[in-house]
Design a protein. Structure first.
Length: 416
């Protein structure tokens, strides 16, 4: 059987020449595994519905190997000799994405801060460093970042689950732009806005879709962004350390490893961010739970209340040479647009205003706690009641439901 050697058309990778030995090579055994055994494993996985953390069904042997290598890198614990820090939030991707399986969430929250002036305008203290203030630093902790006393906006953000991220990556910009209605021309009270940003991987204007503020448009950029900001490891996409208040001279003392720190492995020609991209791209979405008459009634209520105006039940990927991503339904329950629904965190980022948040996808909701961007909602009901502004009518409708209708709606959401 002929293998497909390429991933879907949106996949990107660096065209730069090899830059040396790179990070210590820990995956040789994976690369030399018998291709027949890998193909058998992929075939067996394709025969059953994927469980949380499984790859997409139908992978080729090569794709399964890329997924496995990516998973190993995703779980690898970094240290200072590999570029960790000097300021960081975690030592591995899996440390923040592990519930209910690797690729999911965790209750760990990142910390952001900024300032709003007398006119109500938000600004970062340092536009280059952004709003993130890392929680930890490597010894001797001379480069620990500190929130300035002038900060009057402080926000926390919990991780977003990555299940099905490759399908989200394969949705075309045109699909998202067609959903946008920033001026509310249809007068339904909902005014979703597409986050048009410059994709750092290609230099092209794209529609952002990854992150709470849709601050990245592609998986390769999303992974590289996290590698820098959450672990302090630079790459050729983000080659400069970014920690607020740390001078270049002090940074060199704290972190003497030359930038970029994530460079190609001699044996594979791949960077860590390439492996992260492959893992996220090939990670399956979480399927639906049991569906009965009450769940079906709840879904009708979900639509009748107007929830589906933002939490669009299903989108579709664009054309692709890879059957995994070719015009596939993506039942994520999100329009991937920016909305002001009363849950914004006050932080402006990329194309997003301080009061805007990207519509969170609801697939896999039953495995996710806590809820909302900052984890302040313990239950689905708490999350719904936190909605306002564009979602005010839907929230009022929820409050007015009779007990049976509300139970049906919650049963539907519990099936996602």
């Amino acid at each position: 059987m002929m293998m497909r050697c390429s991933l879907h058309a949106a996949t990107t990778s660096s065209g730069h020449p090899e830059q040396g030995a790179g990070r210590p090579f820990r995956r040789a055994s994976g690369l030399t595994a018998l291709i027949s055994s890998v193909w058998l494993a992929a075939t067996l996985l394709a025969q059953a519905p994927p469980a949380p953390g499984d790859p997409l069904p139908g992978l080729t042997a090569l794709e399964f190997e890329l997924f496995r290598i990516g998973l190993e890198d995703f779980l690898e614990v970094e240290d200072a000799e590999e570029g960790l820090g000097p300021a960081y939030n975690g030592t591995s991707c899996g440390g923040c994405h592990n519930v209910p399986a690797v690729g999911g969430i965790s209750p760990v929250a990142a910390l952001r801060a900024g300032m709003v002036d007398a006119n109500g305008n938000y600004s970062d203290f340092d536009p280059d460093a952004g709003s993130l203030f890392q929680l930890f630093s490597i010894p001797t902790h001379g480069c620990q970042v500190v929130i300035p006393a002038e900060a009057n906006v402080i926000a926390r953000r919990v991780p977003i689950p990555l299940f099905g991220a490759g399908l989200v990556d394969a949705i075309t910009d045109e699909t998202l732009l067609a959903l946008a209605d920033p001026l509310d021309l249809d007068r339904d009270g909902v005014s979703g806005r597409a986050a048009v940003i410059e994709d750092v991987a290609t230099g092209e204007l794209r529609v952002g879709r990854f992150g709470w503020k849709s601050q990245q448009a592609t998986l390769i950029a999303f992974g590289a962004d996290a590698y820098l900001n959450e672990m302090g490891i630079t790459s050729d996409l983000f080659p400069n350390e970014q920690s607020f208040g740390i001078s270049p001279e002090l940074m060199r003392l704290c972190d003497p490893i030359p930038d970029p720190e994530d460079i190609k492995e001699r044996a594979t020609g791949r960077r860590g961010i390439d492996n992260f991209e492959a893992f996220m791209q090939l990670l399956a979405p979480i399927g639906r739970g049991p569906i009965d008459d009450r769940v079906r009634a709840g879904e009708l209520m979900f639509d009748a209340l107007g929830c589906a105006a933002c939490h669009v039940p299903s989108l579709e990927t664009g054309p692709s040479t890879n059957p995994l991503f070719d015009r596939r339904a993506v039942p994520l329950y999100s329009d991937l647009l920016l909305h002001a629904v009363g849950t914004g965190d006050g932080i402006g980022q990329a194309a997003a205003a301080p009061n805007e948040i990207r519509t969170p996808a609801l697939w896999g909701l039953r495995f996710r706690r806590p809820l909302l961007h900052d984890g302040r909602a313990a239950t689905v009901t708490d999350a719904i009641r936190a909605h306002g502004a564009e979602a005010d009518l839907a929230r009022q409708g929820f409050d007015e439901l009779d007990p049976a209708s509300r139970a049906a709606l919650l049963a539907f959401l519990a099936s996602l």
